[in-house]
Design a protein around this ligand. Structure first.
Ligand SMILES: *[C@@H]1O[C@H](CO)[C@@H](O)[C@H](O)[C@H]1NC(C)=O
Ligand SMILES: *[C@@H]1O[C@H](CO)[C@@H](O)[C@H](O)[C@H]1NC(C)=O
Length: 508
């Protein structure tokens, strides 16, 4: 064993030396080129990147928050659960440490606010959610809250916050995942003013309603108390959220940050195919009306239709700023995730097969067009096989576009942050040296819903996506590299400084 270890150590040492040389060489070359602000930076500038606050403290707090769970062996924090309340207290203390004035509102959202230069100016809202799925990772939701706290803490420490032209408010939303009540965005909908009063009567598995849960957590839990949480659109300038990508596109491109241009719209279908149930041994093939092969053929047809739409959309629906990988993730995705047959026995020709179809794209007309083609193609297959089909549309949500102005600012800030950190990265976690000239923050389409979707009913929204390992999320294997966390909180800081810079320029 020992010689192998020694050999391994030697290789590591050698690789490390080579890498270090390469970085030094690059820095030297860089100072002569001066093409980007990040090039030719002195080591003394290192502290300007606030590693201790923007990276190390965020990483430590993510771990600490990841330990606040309702379960012993895995992470789970649902709406108003004891762990969610405890996490809220921790977040509130960290907001106070960053110099924010804090409160918890009547739906359990934790707010921290800093007034800035003009108390009557519309506020910049930052945030994400503090609840988690069952058996969650450390980053989904928590990353957006903690990077915002870190960036505002630096802004405050640098004495810039009182110059900021807008009040800044961080909100840790109480429910995004919808695990407890199967209803997402309770927290952000209350703030955005889209909370439906009947939601208070929705019950969890134990029969406890949202209203009763609020009351037992000593909130009022009435329609009036939730209605009061609605923000006046005139009091808000925009909402910005940092979130893990929850997909593999950034990793595939070797880039830590991307900017969301839209959140995909969604259609969910339920397809029921009925044939004639019979004995698997006695009914000859040519006399069967078997719904299972009809379902199988339909599922393959759906895959082909969506793969085809995706190709066809490359020209007319793709945008020039999207890379190939982002484009393929962004145009249209279709999934059959659930299938049941009745009676479901190995020796019975099924009488009925039911399956779901989930269709998502940022382009609502492409979605409608594809769904109609899917419906048509299933009907044709069923007719050809002499079985009957019913197709129900169970859920329909329009796509949401991010504010182009906010997205442009976020993209510029993300680029600045990546370039600034590039010479200092200690591992392979930032982009390769060879790709330095091509560093950019790609525009991505989010296939998952986020609080930003609810907040878009109140104000313009912008989202920054952070690379996560293997694109994995909703799992304890969810991971974000420490340097990528640093890049995202630095980008948020540079974004706020950009807003500050713009307006002081206007006042001159
Ligand atoms: C989180 O819990 C694990 C397991 O109990 C422990 O090893 C770790 O030190 C804890 N981390 C923090 C930051 O509390
Ligand atoms: C403060 O903000 C309000 C609302 O946007 C605006 O009308 C007012 O002019 C601002 N005051 C200053 C001093 O900029």
């Amino acid at each position: 064993m020992a010689p192998v270890v020694c050999f391994g150590a030697l290789v590591v040492a050698l690789v490390f030396t080579l890498r270090t040389c390469h970085v030094v060489a690059l820095l030297t070359e860089a100072s002569s080129r001066q093409s980007f602000s990040g090039w030719g930076m002195q080591e003394t500038d290192y502290n300007m990147r606030y590693q201790a606050l923007l990276r190390d403290e965020v990483v430590a707090r993510l771990k600490q928050l990841g330990n606040v769970s309702d379960a012993n062996d895995f992470l789970q924090r649902t709406f108003l659960s004891p762990a969610a309340v405890k996490a809220g207290h921790l977040i509130e203390a960290w907001m106070q440490d960053a110099g924010l004035l804090t409160w918890v509102d009547d739906i359990g959202n934790v707010h921290g606010r800093l007034e800035g230069a003009n108390v009557s100016a519309p506020a910049l809202l930052l945030g994400s959610h503090l609840d988690t799925v069952i058996d969650a990772g450390y980053y989904d939701g928590a990353l957006g809250i903690l990077t915002a706290i870190a960036a505002v803490k630096v802004l405050n420490r640098e004495g810039k916050s009182h110059l900021f032209p807008h009040p800044i408010e961080i909100i840790a939303f109480s429910d995004e995942e919808g695990v407890r009540f199967q209803t997402t965005f309770l927290g952000s909908q209350a703030v955005a003013g889209t909370f439906q009063p009947h939601m208070l009567d929705v019950a969890d598995k134990r029969g406890i309603t949202v209203g009763a849960a609020l009351q037992s957590a000593s909130f009022e839990g009435t329609v009036e108390s939730v209605d009061k949480l609605k923000y006046d659109p005139a009091s808000v300038w925009g909402y910005v959220e940092v979130h893990i990508e929850q997909g593999p596109v950034l990793e595939a491109q070797g880039l830590p940050l991307g900017v969301v241009e839209a959140i995909a719209g969604q259609t969910r279908l339920m397809v029921t195919i009925r044939g004639s149930q019979g004995h698997a041994g006695t009914v000859p093939m040519n006399l069967r009306k078997d719904p299972m092969p009809a379902a199988a053929q339909s599922i393959v047809a759906i895959e082909q239709l969506c793969t085809h739409s995706e190709k066809a959309s490359g020209g007319s629906h793709g945008t020039s700023t999207m890379s190939t990988a982002a484009n393929s993730a962004g145009s249209i995705v279709c999934t059959v995730g659930e299938i049941h047959s009745w009676p479901g026995a190995s020796n019975v020709i099924p009488g009925e097969v039911i399956f779901t179809v989930d269709v998502r794209t940022k382009d609502d007309s492409l979605r409608e067009h594809t769904v109609v083609s899917i419906e048509h193609s299933i009907q044709t297959i069923c007719k050809g096989r002499g079985v009957s089909c019913t197709i129900e549309r169970k859920h329909e949500a329009a796509a949401m576009s991010c504010g182009p102005g906010l997205s442009d600012r976020l993209q510029a800030a993300a680029l600045t942050a990546m370039q600034e950190l590039h010479p200092f990265r200690r591992s392979v976690s930032m982009v390769d040296e060879s790709q330095y000239d091509t560093i950019f923050a790609p525009m991505l389409v989010s296939g998952a819903g986020h609080d930003a979707m609810a907040m878009s009913h109140l104000t313009q929204v912008g989202m920054l996506f952070v690379r996560c390992t293997g694109g994995i999320s909703h799992s304890p294997a969810e991971h974000v590299l420490d340097d990528d966390i640093w890049a995202s909180s630095l980008a948020l800081l540079r974004f706020m400084e950009g807003v500050l810079g713009d307006l002081s320029f206007l006042n001159m």
